[in-house]
Design a protein around this ligand. Structure first.
Ligand code: ZN
Length: 404
């Protein structure tokens, strides 16, 4: 096994796919520029392409399409997988041992289930094939997105769970049933995570065999809530047909592991790192001259210094979504500083947590600690002003590029 640096305090840019991914590629924040896509942002993949890299992507998620310009800079971008579906006969064969479900299915003659992603085993074998074909290229970049830990779970072994289209609807379940379901889902989540880990190990071994110099970053675009704050999935709690987004750590605190030919093992328990740091890392290690403005810091620099001082990290997203639609309104923020976390949500108000004493964010300190609340509100205000300024600079640069 190769050496790895494990960052224990990494925060996602936002609590769901289309909040986080624009940040991962552009090192800008979710609510800046064009929300939910890469349209008005620079991507580090474009910089790599300009410098002779062959770029390959398995986005493996319908939200990460070329329509939202996630294909920027990629030479190969496999997205058709998002639209595969399982036929009724296949589904029936899968659940033939579950009698009540069989009855349910026979009652819906035109029933088909959309398969919203490629499962881990298929994804890894497809990736290994491409990796082998591209091994003669001097410089290559891969983006592989496992969606198996993403609601709904699609698994031949867990057919009951496969039938759920998404989890926010499950918020209406009676508490006792919801708690039971959460226990079951956590077990499945852990089993699938273990299976993916084994496949990732295979992939790392393959990369290290075919390449003498490489860097691998493993992270997640967000987590999943399994009734931790009385909701399922990553779209918050549904109230009267409105999804009220959550900013708790089961959604925002994500793994970040850096593996590379020039990396020696250590674990960083202290430095706050963030999705904004991913693009500058790849730019730094590929030794290219990129003019792309980045709001993060190269992780390799942090690794060299064995940690970094950072006063806070911030996650953000639209605060609510009208159920079953693309309509999203308002802005919600989470600010993490030392052991404290501040959340602002236009519906839920102020929340303040001591992550050291209360890691599950159950005891809101906002009325007990007005002093801390004041400091956090000030920081958020300063952050918004900074973003305003950066956004303006970014727009001027893009306009100049378009005009010349
Ligand atoms: Zn996602």
């Amino acid at each position: 096994m190769q050496d790895a640096v494990i960052f224990h305090k990494c925060y996602a840019a936002g609590p769901f796919t289309w909040a986080s991914f624009p940040t991962i590629f552009s090192s800008t924040y979710p609510l800046m520029l064009s929300y939910g896509n890469l349209r008005r942002r620079f991507s580090f993949i474009e910089s790599l392409a300009k410098h002779g890299y062959v770029n390959f992507a398995f986005p493996n998620n319908a939200w990460l399409s070329s329509f939202r310009q996630y294909n920027k800079g990629f030479h190969y971008f496999y997205e058709d997988i998002a639209f595969q579906s399982i036929s009724k006969s296949k589904l029936i064969s899968l659940i033939s041992h579950v009698e009540p479900l069989k009855v349910l299915l026979y009652n819906f003659s035109s029933f088909t289930i959309k398969k919203p992603y490629m499962q881990h085993k298929d994804l890894i074998s497809a990736t290994l094939k491409v990796l082998n074909k591209l091994k003669h290229h001097e410089k290559a970049f891969f983006w592989i997105h496992f969606s198996d830990l993403h609601a709904p779970y699609i698994s031949n072994n867990y057919v009951l769970e496969s039938l759920f289209e998404g989890y926010s609807e499950l918020g209406i379940l009676p508490e006792k049933l919801a708690r039971l379901l959460a226990i079951r889902l956590k077990k499945i989540h852990n089993i699938i995570a273990h299976q993916i880990a084994i496949l990732i190990r295979t992939l790392i071994e393959e990369v290290s065999t075919i390449s003498s110099r490489y860097l691998i970053i493993i992270t997640a675009d967000h987590g999943e809530e399994l009734y931790d704050h009385k909701a399922f999935g990553h779209d918050g709690k549904r109230v009267n047909n409105v999804n009220i987004r959550h900013m708790y750590n089961e959604l925002l605190h994500v793994p970040l592991i850096v593996i590379g030919s020039e990396i020696s093992h250590y674990e960083d328990y202290k430095t706050l790192v963030h999705h904004v740091d991913i693009a500058p890392t790849f730019i730094a290690v590929s030794n290219i001259e990129s003019k792309m403005p980045c709001l993060g810091k190269a992780l390799t620099e942090i690794i060299e210094c064995r940690g970094a001082e950072r006063s806070y990290v911030i996650s953000e997203a639209k605060a609510i979504r009208i159920a079953n639609s693309f309509l999203e309104y308002g802005e919600t923020y989470a600010l993490i500083k030392d052991d404290f976390k501040y959340i602002w949500h236009p519906v839920l108000g102020d929340e303040l947590y001591d992550l050291h004493k209360d890691p599950h964010e159950k005891h809101n300190l906002s009325s007990e600690r007005p002093d801390l609340l004041y400091i956090f509100k000030e920081s958020l205000m300063r952050y918004k002003k900074m973003i305003n300024r950066v956004e303006l600079i970014y727009k001027i640069r893009r306009a100049r590029e378009l005009l010349h």
